[in-house]
Write a protein that binds this ligand. Sequence first.
Ligand code: F6P
Length: 547
Amino acid sequence: MNRPEVAAAMAVLEAHRVEISRKRTLDLFSEDPRRFEDFSLRLDDLLYDYSKNRLTRTTLHHLFDLARVRQLEKRREALFSGEKVNVTEKRAALHMALRNFSGRAIYVDGRNVMPDVVDERGKFLAFAQAIRSGEFVGATGERLTDIVNIGIGGSDLGPAMAARALSPFGAAGLSAHFVSNVDGSDLADTLKRLDPARTLFIVASKTFTTQETIKNAQSARNWLVAALGEAAVPHHFAAVSTRLDKVAAFGILPDRVFGFWDWVGGRYSMWSAIGLSLAILIGPEHFEEFLRGGFDIDEHFRTAPLSENIPALMGLIGVWHRNIWGYPAQAVIPYDQRLARFPAYLQQLDMESNGKSVQLDGDAVTRATGPIVFGEPGTNGQHAFFQLLHQGTEVTPVDFIVAAEPNQADAGHHALLFANCIAQSEALMRGRSQDEVRKILQAQGMAGAEIDALAPHKVFSGDRPSSTFIYRQLTPRTLGRLVALYEHKVFVQSVIWNINPFDQWGVELGKELCNRLAPLVSDAGADLAGLDGSTAGLIAARRRLAS
Ligand code: F6P
């Protein structure tokens, strides 16, 4: 698909990089007093500042050319119109339908899916409300106050991240817990704090075959039955899945099973009934606000010209960093403790989507694809890995995320938090030259030889790119916007790289091998012949070491 044109557009960008690397980012600001205004975008109370990246109008012009060659706008249209853009699984990718408040129909295989979406949402939100109001109680008549979501990957990370992010909107007396790992300590450590009579389990699994989730759900069921008896199960279990047949076999009451559809990818599913735990915690109205935040971004991404389109710019600037500068990673640093799980959520969204080496037509990619995504909340990260961000040999672009005002937190703390955030992006850009360091050391009264020895260690190269998102406050709507911005950013990059962001074959081999190895691990007498030396050696070591 347009290979020579893509190569030509990349070559233009590469030549342009050589030119632009002669300039410091700070020079770009001194040459252009309007740089901040012109290299930032506003969407209501959300500001996206990309002015601290080393790029100019010419860079953007070349990036838009690349987007045109890859027919980004046409591919965006295909995504929104329900085409089977997930070609390897022959599915549409229509998570946008789950937050479509436009009144427009959305078709999959010629059928408008919106009535089903609205109907299912009505059901799971009514269930959420019934738990909140105490209409639905546990088997002993006690209120259900502890909601345990059992799921993993897309059936865990979204609701877990959002439940923490939106905790100020949670109902008093309700707590959400998230159990994902097949490591039994995850479930055990959660259950030891809980009273079975007040606990509701939500088994969340798109496929309802995921080993970790099924194992945890069975153990949770055993725990409940041991305390309250078999008859209590229907009062204490609900499920969310696309495979209603498999859920029925688990014994959960049909009116407590909420569905979604195969055109919603696991890592794009928190907008569906997979968000049930979140909906119970924050309530249907706030959950709907979260959906509306996603819808705001869909409308923006669908209609804004590329030059004013935040996800398009996020994606293209990411391509500039990944392919033209060769930066291998992307850090995401929320200066918001309640967004602590946002980087982990984005790891699945970005790395499971764009961690691919094969193009849509099956040919190997010829350029780097998805970056390694990592992050931690600021200011904590500053005291951990920021050393490498400032002085390491790899340059890592950073996305900073920060509110203008806190939610249920001390304003004095928040001013410090905010100052730290912008100080870091300034430091990354500004750096500190050897000359500046020497002057500072001289002013401190240090002698020449000592300055010579110390100065190189105190130099910061600067010109380390970052973007910053600022919004008024972390509300459900803002969170919905943030999540949808990154979803579409990932899509934009997949278009440039000509890869399918909606499949995840890379997780299959490990699952398959685990199924083969599990019996050999649990049966101490099983024959290990035929395994490679390391795998057999590790199983033998476990047999030796375990008492
Ligand atoms: O890790 C692979 C994966 O299939 C993810 O894509 C998915 O979100 C997760 O497992 C959980 O799958 P399920 O919701 O089907 O249990």
